[in-house]
Design a protein around this ligand. Structure first.
Ligand code: AHR
Length: 503
């Protein structure tokens, strides 16, 4: 089987916003406690943060981390997490039916972000709270001093304001599972008022309003239209979420779900344009895809606690999906979609970062390691920076419930003008056939291969564990060649590859 791709220097989509390689960290399960924070761990720094996790996160070069939720934020009092630790209250977290010690709050999170070299993206509680809470939190975080909340921050040990630019106006407010769930009109009005108040403090904030929790929600896509009609002039991004699952153990259909993601983005981009036209607005609103990942492996195991039958444990092992090789392909497809939609998707966050549906796993007192999906995320974040190319790809395809002709070969291409490289990220969705793929490089000077990484595995269900951390890991590829202006590479069945050339 053969596929062909044209990569022309002048056919571009957009400059990729680095923030599409962001991540999400929620007070949920062992994400914070035993994930990033474990004061008794042998690798812990003076703040009690795990050094082995910091190293794994640093390697990913994560540009932004969204915090503190998620469903958690909709009943969270941020003031519970400030001041002397021993005076912080233990609260019941209704979202995940657990107890929250508040040992980690905004100060500890901010210090951790500085350690890993990432920017904070904070969410305000528009579930159980509203405008007042949002303005106070903003003043605490961003005002230099001389006011009640900023002086309290200084008293609590942080002199300089953090100057957080990105703020989420609540989380998944369309979901009936959310504390303080609202209909689109109610939420749209509250979000607009909150945004207005926050902008009175600082015009330059980047505000993110909630879109749908996923494209199967009964209120989708009217939700986006109604919410934007209320908020268009006051916000910069609309947030979308989507999780992927192979519930029927049908790999071709599972990998076809990337089409559903693409349609979701396309539809919301059209809604944004519709509202823009209706408002006769000159400004643009973009998509912040601030929760995405594979999530289903742990569903059954979590039921007892989520149904409220497990009491109120502190930091139980919730949502601990153990990812397999097949999930590498799905994550590669999702990232390719974001690169191809870089004209409208400006922020995206893998959900989540540590232990909870995450690329990084930890054992209490033990090791931290990379799950299978760590690698496609790493390759995209490390090498997918630059300008997304409008590739013309020609590949045989197959039919799934999500698309009539889903290409076996899925590809994205990124031109990094700063270091003079081209990076291609390729997934072969074919069950059994290798696909010989030729990429015609047009308008680029002479090219030579500088890196070729391949992920394949005879067992789609193979996983990495604490005891076998590299069962699924990339290997250096050998077969990619450049001949004149032609790059050729053979993609084995069910494989992920990254090919980089110097131009
Ligand atoms: O990431 C897990 C949960 O998924 C988040 O808390 C919520 O926003 C979404 O439903």
């Amino acid at each position: 089987m053969k596929a062909s791709v044209i990569a022309n220097k002048d056919y571009t989509i957009a400059k990729i916003d680095d923030r599409v390689y962001g991540a999400f960290l929620e007070h949920l399960g062992r994400a914070v406690y035993e994930g990033i924070y474990e004061p008794d761990h042998p690798s812990a720094d003076t703040n009690g943060m795990r050094g082995d996790v910091i190293d794994l996160v640093k390697k990913l070069n994560v540009p932004v981390v969204r915090y503190p939720g998620g469903n958690f934020v909709s009943a969270y009092n941020w003031e519970d997490g400030i001041g002397p630790r021993e005076e912080r209250p233990v609260r019941l977290d209704l979202a995940w039916h657990t107890s929250e010690s508040n040992a980690v709050g905004v100060h500890e999170f901010a210090d951790w972000c500085a350690s890993v070299g990432t920017e904070m993206m904070l969410a305000v509680n528009l579930g159980s709270r509203g405008v007042d809470d949002a303005r106070n939190f903003l003043e605490y975080v961003n005002h230099p001093g001389g006011s009640y909340w900023s002086d309290l921050r200084i008293k609590n040990g942080r002199k300089e304001p953090w100057n957080v630019k990105m703020w989420c106006l609540g989380n998944e407010m369309d979901g009936p599972w959310q504390v303080g769930h609202k209909d689109a009109d109610e939420y749209g009005k509250l979000a607009a008022n909150t945004a207005r108040a926050m902008r009175m403090f600082d015009q330059s904030l980047e505000l993110i309003v909630c879109g749908s929790s996923n494209s199967d929600m009964p209120s989708y896509p009217d939700w986006e239209r109604i919410v934007l009609e209320h908020t268009y002039d006051h916000v910069d991004h609309i947030s979308l979420h989507m999780y992927f699952a192979n519930r029927d153990d049908n790999t071709p259909n599972y990998l076809g779900l990337a089409e559903k993601l693409d349609t979701y983005i396309e539809t919301v981009a059209a809604t944004i344009k519709q509202v823009k036209a209706k408002k006769k607005s000159k400004k643009d609103v973009y998509i912040s895809f601030d929760e995405w990942n594979v999530w289903y492996h742990s569903n059954k195991k979590d039921r007892e606690i989520l149904d409220g039958n497990g009491g109120w444990p502190h930091a139980p092992g919730l949502l601990e999906d153990i990812y397999n090789f097949e999930d590498v392909l799905m994550v590669g497809l999702i990232l390719n979609t974001f690169i191809r939609r870089s004209d409208v998707v400006k922020i995206a966050c893998i959900a989540q970062l540590v232990n909870v549906i995450a690329p990084i796993m930890t054992e209490k007192g033990g090791p931290a390691w990379a799950q299978t999906i760590y690698y496609p995320y790493y390759f995209a974040s490390a090498f997918g920076r630059g300008t997304a190319l409008q590739l013309v790809a020609n590949s045989p395809g197959y039919e799934t419930p999500h698309g009539k002709n889903t290409a076996f070969v899925d590809v994205s291409g990124v031109h990094n003008e700063d270091d003079g490289t081209l990076s291609f990220f390729l997934v072969n969705r074919h069950t059994s056939e290798s696909i010989e793929t030729k990429v015609s490089l047009q308008g680029f000077a002479e090219a030579s291969i500088i890196d070729h990484q391949v992920m394949t595995h005879p067992d789609l269900k193979a996983v990495n564990t604490a005891g076998n951390q590299e069962e699924v890991a990339p290997k250096k590829g050998t077969g990619a060649k450049v001949n004149g202006d032609r790059l050729s590479v053979v993609l084995p069945p069910y494989s992920y590859q990254m090919v980089r050339v110097k131009i």
